[in-house]
Design a protein around this ligand. Sequence first.
Ligand SMILES: NC(=O)C1=CN([C@@H]2O[C@H](COP(=O)(O)OP(=O)(O)OC[C@H]3O[C@@H](n4cnc5c(N)ncnc54)[C@H](OP(=O)(O)O)[C@@H]3O)[C@@H](O)[C@H]2O)C=CC1
Ligand SMILES: O=C(O)[C@@H]1CCC=N1
Length: 260
Amino acid sequence: MSTQPTLGIIGVGELAAAIVDGLALDPEREAPTIVLSPRGAATARALAERHPAVIEIADDNAEVASRAGTLLLAVRPDDLAAALRDVDVPAGTLVISAVAGVDHGRLREQLGANPTIVRAIPMPAVRQRAGVTPIHPPDPAAAALFDRLGGTLAVTEQPAFDALAAITGTVSATLAVLAAIADWAGRQPGLDPSAADAFLRGIVTGVAGELHTDEPLAAVAGGHETRGGLNEQLRTDWFDDANRAALDAALDRLLRRIRG
Ligand SMILES: NC(=O)C1=CN([C@@H]2O[C@H](COP(=O)(O)OP(=O)(O)OC[C@H]3O[C@@H](n4cnc5c(N)ncnc54)[C@H](OP(=O)(O)O)[C@@H]3O)[C@@H](O)[C@H]2O)C=CC1
Ligand SMILES: O=C(O)[C@@H]1CCC=N1
């Protein structure tokens, strides 16, 4: 059995599963004991079957909190109050909240004066221990957990943390642009849609490898443009000032939602 603090998880869904897999499949470090809420029953059962040496499923959320040295909250925002009803978090517990858009004030109302509270934005790449996780405020124990899962970005100021949260809301729109390009190509005469789709995926996968550089993203983009060529034409024709302003405005609205 591990000597590390027990990790308790309330909210055993997509994100929690990625974190548990990332910790339990780490070939270099022993995983902590992980106590799961019984809710999200199918996911909890699947995790317990995959990682029987480290997972235990509690009878209720109160048991999770009472046994956890570190308590991860990963429910959807609207479920937080119900999830913490009848839950007493002991002094000395580190609570890490991945609940989007719920700030420290609201968390403190739910959790009382006892625990240390750190907000975090883990993304699914933690499953491969390849996701850098923003945390706020900086905390060494929370950083130690996320360092195992790909790294930590410790953020002192809440506005900066909120802006990072807004970035996490851009993933499906970014992928939807690719889907729209593939969809357009699939409607061109004589072109097999699946061949067009595979061709596009290959291009994007190749470009993704180039992101491991200190070069500004605008320079990486520029590196793919021949002066007067096709890429420059589409960027200036479609991603013009109006489109860019619409994106900025949508990001501003996302930030306002995050800030409540
Ligand atoms: N998925 C992601 O990539 C990211 C998610 N987040 C945030 O993490 C949180 C979880 O997201 P995600 O994993 O996608 O959501 P899911 O819907 O996959 O998981 C939420 C889980 O919470 C459980 N739950 C609901 N009510 C309770 C309760 N009263 N007690 C205990 N558990 C309960 C649900 O169980 P049941 O099925 O039984 O209702 C479900 O298993 C959200 O706040 C989200 O914004 C943040 C960053 C990234
Ligand atoms: O889309 C969402 O709301 C969640 C939060 C960040 C990533 N997924």
